[in-house]
Design a protein around this ligand. Structure first.
Ligand code: ZN
Length: 149
């Protein structure tokens, strides 16, 4: 046994320590509903920043600095030939009735969007054939809807 033998670490390969470090960091992230990830830029008005969904720099919303609990620079993304800074923004917990109403409505929208996004996947997983047919192979070996249960 020589000293050149690779040092046993996390068992995750040469980058294992970096991977484990990342996983540890994930565990340390706030689990709350008030963390948004997106592209950010300076706002025209002072005291805040502009936030947009990654890949859509046509639509920005203003986020006041006073609403932000914590912000983490997460690098840059390319976007139609240019690039934007991205960040994780942890918003402060809503406290007033009005803030809680807006947060609740935002949550409803997010759940509705998640539902829409999952629809095509669900259709692919399920049997795409109409009642009275089943998915099978025809005489040419191609998948198609065959008559029968
Ligand atoms: Zn852009």
């Amino acid at each position: 046994m020589s000293d050149a033998a690779p040092k046993k670490t996390s068992g995750l390969g040469p980058n294992g320590d970096a991977v484990q470090g990342f996983i540890d960091k994930l565990g340390a992230l706030p689990a709350g509903d008030h963390v948004v990830h997106g592209m950010v830029k300076a706002a025209d008005a002072p005291g805040g920043l502009m936030l947009a969904h990654v890949g859509d720099c046509d639509h920005w919303v203003y986020i006041a600095a006073s609403a932000i609990q914590k912000i983490t620079d997460t690098g840059r993304v390319t976007c139609l030939g240019h690039s934007h800074t991205t960040a994780d923004i942890q918003l402060k917990d809503p406290t007033s009735d009005l803030e809680m109403a807006f947060a609740g409505i935002a949550n409803l929208h997010r759940q509705a969007l998640a539902k829409v996004h999952s629809l095509p996947t669900r259709a692919l997983i399920g049997d795409p054939c109409p009642p009275g047919f089943h998915l099978g192979r025809d005489q040419f070996g191609n998948l198609s809807c065959q008559p029968g249960p």
